[in-house]
Design a protein around this ligand. Sequence first.
Ligand code: UDP
Length: 510
Amino acid sequence: MASKSNEQIVMLPFMAHGHLIPFIALARQIYQATGFRISFASTPLNIQYLTSTFKSSSDEPENDYITLLELPFCSADNGLPPNTENTENLSLDSIGKLCSASQSLRAPFHSLVSDISAKQGHPPLCIISDVFFGWASEVANSLGTVNVTFSTGGAYGTLAYSSLWLNLPHRGRSDSDEFHLPGFPDRCRFHITQLHHFLRNADGTDSWSKFFQSQISFSMQSAGWLCNTVEEFEPAGLEWLRNFLKLPVWAIGPLLPPTVLKKDYSSLSVVASGISTRRAGKRLEISVEKCMEWLESHSPASVLYISFGSQNSINPSQMMELAIGLEESAKPFIWVIRPPVGFEQKCEFRAEWLPEGFEERMEKRKQGLLVSNWAPQLEILSHESTGAFLSHCGWNSVLESLSQAVPIIGWPLAAEQAYNSKMLVEEMGVSVELTRWLHNSMDWKEVKKVIEMVMDKNGKGGDMRSKALAIKDQLRAAVRDEGEDKGSSVRALDDFIKTLQSKRQMSSIS
Ligand code: UDP
């Protein structure tokens, strides 16, 4: 690790677990590579969450490189329920309100960076802000530093999301449901059904368009973008994103704990490390040991893991069909389950949401393990018994799955997930899309068919597995750091730091 330095970087993540997790990993990575101090700015409740994540980590070399700084925020003043500072448990409407309300952080963030500059006698080396906080570029410029945007998604997904919001190319089309998306070559046609309904209905005057168009445009004025991906894994996506942004893009992923990227990462070391708990700071509803024990009792690559990320769920009829399909497939599974959409996410789970006697039968036959709300995902995916992942295709989940060579069954639900899914199916061949969104009806026969196909060791399933294996090697090679032998992501992070330092030198000369 580099020795401690007086340099400081200020990070500004969006208030969602899927954003906080890679930001935390990025902070650790930068510190390990440079010794720079990192300040994390967020709202009080997210700071509480981050505090529990950063403290008590036995594998954390030091915790004092990070300073957690509060930005005042009152959810009730912004039309949100009290104590709402994170997308967790929020409806789409409320997430929209949280996005709009997040712009009120600009003035306190300006004061915070200004205070840091006054204390240090010079501005921080840079601000690294979430793509949802494009306004940070103006804050950085006004305080004599630079802003770098961190897109917590992949290159392909980030490009699709950005270009769709900025161009709304599907508006006013009557000729066809398929369209060309600026930034992509003509062969990558997009389909209207790949757009979430709030994007499909957007016309540039609605609050979603206003928020995303302004934040993405401001982010395009930053000094460059960091992307949680790998050069060899997404060469085309990165090339298209660079052409679109006309900015440097550093691919510095996969931002995953180094232990899970080790060659010999085994189920036993997983149990000992308990990585997910510390990484996400969330309360597990099941012990890592119990999960591992359950997985140990199944044969290699035989278990389907099902999770829809940190905040999503599916609708009641989809949940019922999924359960029937799982039972009919007779394949073992671990399902991270939350109340279906339309019900309070924190309420007690009701037996009527599943087929009668389902949980008992699954337990008795040792076919299924239901985990409510939050499971040790990294440990599950890293276990050799896990053979496929039914996922909403959130980018962290995608990287976590592929870094363990686990192929994916896609079911995108929000954000840029449908474009991640499209890329995994069309460009990489490591996923099959089961369905998308909440409004589509689902048939248990289709669930059974897709599960059987993907879990099959031969045929399409076998082919997906060998492609996932090749990607696992690419992802792991990118973070190799052995003397002169550095992977592409390590070199990109070095280059990013050198670029910042030379910008600092230039500004002190002028
Ligand atoms: N996660 C977890 N346990 C769960 C659900 C999610 O550890 O039961 C973690 C998962 O490992 C990933 C993150 O939460 O790191 C979810 O991020 P992703 O980008 O996949 O989806 P999002 O939550 O942003 O929709």
